[in-house]
Design a protein around this ligand. Sequence first.
Ligand code: NAP
Length: 304
Amino acid sequence: MSKKTLVLTGANGQLGKSIQKLWDAAPIHDCFHLLAFDKQQLDITDRESLQQQLNNLKVDVIINAAAYTAVDAAQESEANAELAYAINAHGPKNLARWAQAADAKLIHISTDFVFDGTATSPYPIDAQPNPRGVYAASKLAGEQAVLEALPNKAIVLRTSWLYSEYNSNFVKTMLGLLATRESIAVVNDQIGAPTSAGSLGEVLFNIAVSDNGNGIYHWSDDGSISWYDFAVAIQEEGIAAGLVAHSVPINPITTDEYPTVAARPAYSVLDRSRTEADFTCTAPPWREQLKLVIQHLADREQTH
Ligand SMILES: NC(=O)c1ccc[n+]([C@@H]2O[C@H](COP(=O)([O-])OP(=O)(O)OC[C@H]3O[C@@H](n4cnc5c(N)ncnc54)[C@H](OP(=O)(O)O)[C@@H]3O)[C@@H](O)[C@H]2O)c1
């Protein structure tokens, strides 16, 4: 049987890199070819050239890992806000329109930030979004554009607190601070669920190969913690893996004590039940995934 084709956009992002790393050992490799494109190779905001390039391929599934993810910068200038909308809303719309014409499936990644954070139990997929900043609003606009342009073959997968061994993210920032500071202060009143890009990648593969599913889905690793709890765990796992030399005090602070340009949701745990049911998958415990990523970072350090 000939293999199908999966196009990955945003291949140089942390999710894009994680997907490529997982690919060869994943069962999806037996039935799909992966064509991974970074921003230079496939710019999702350039509708004409996007169409031309995709028309030359026989595409069955697209995973859109391309995004503008600078949450605070999006808020800082009109030009940045325009860029956020171009990449997070118009780009996904271009992909969805092409997929609709070509009868391809589009899996688009979105965010817990579409919610305002006033909930106290996990957000179901049909909870009312209420984005609190430009990045969040641009991501919601992207979701809506995708679902409208591709009503029968689009999956919008929201996730939260994404990290990996690649690029910049909270885990790598904390490891850097733990190596250089005598103490650190971390927000303890924002609750969410960390998600490793590896576990997200595995679920994306399940979705890609499945004939099931349409519409909005949620995914995170299992558990709900504060950024402070996450930082403490990063220090513990970092010490265990030999990445952090010694323990430094980590002090819990409030959001008010650490103001950011763009507001963050105080609570953003996502209800994964629809994803687990439709794609027969179970979320791994967040701590187990953290341990894995820190081990990968330690292994990488040893080989350098
Ligand atoms: N990071 C989080 O905590 C988090 C949380 C929830 C949801 N998400 C969502 O998860 C997804 C993946 O996030 P991530 O952390 O992997 O993001 P990331 O590391 O910032 O990667 C995004 C990639 O998209 C590329 N890109 C930007 N503009 C593009 C364009 N016009 N055409 C093609 N590619 C373009 C970027 O390239 P350049 O870097 O060269 O611009 C970058 O390589 C995003 O949809 C994000 O919104 C992330």
